[in-house]
Ligand binder design. Structure first.
Ligand code: SF4
Ligand code: SF4
Length: 76
């Protein structure tokens, strides 16, 4: 069996917290996609707040929760 990756909202850089599309300002489901999809660098098993570019910056939407071993949809 070969595994493939697909373009969906979950790997789009426009997805914000609470499953909200920041580009279109609509709620989305994880398996939704639209023609404005923009691939976000893939979140991997090793992704967490400590290797997130937003950690301890004003771009982190969850500064009080950010910690090693945790991550959110805004990880980049
Ligand atoms: S731009 Fe399109 S693919 Fe990306 S999060 Fe919004 S609705 Fe989903
Ligand atoms: S809470 Fe989200 S945005 Fe903030 S450091 Fe963690 S993964 Fe990054």
């Amino acid at each position: 069996m070969g595994l493939e990756s697909g373009s969906v909202c979950i790997n789009c850089e426009n997805l914000k917290d609470s499953f909200r599309c920041g580009k279109h300002d609509v709620d989305v489901d994880l398996d939704n996609v639209c023609s404005d999809h923009s691939l976000k660098r893939s979140i991997s098993k090793s992704s967490n707040c400590y290797n997130c570019k937003k950690f301890e910056t004003n771009k982190c939407p969850n500064p009080s929760f950010a910690a090693e071993g945790l991550l959110c949809f805004s990880w980049s």
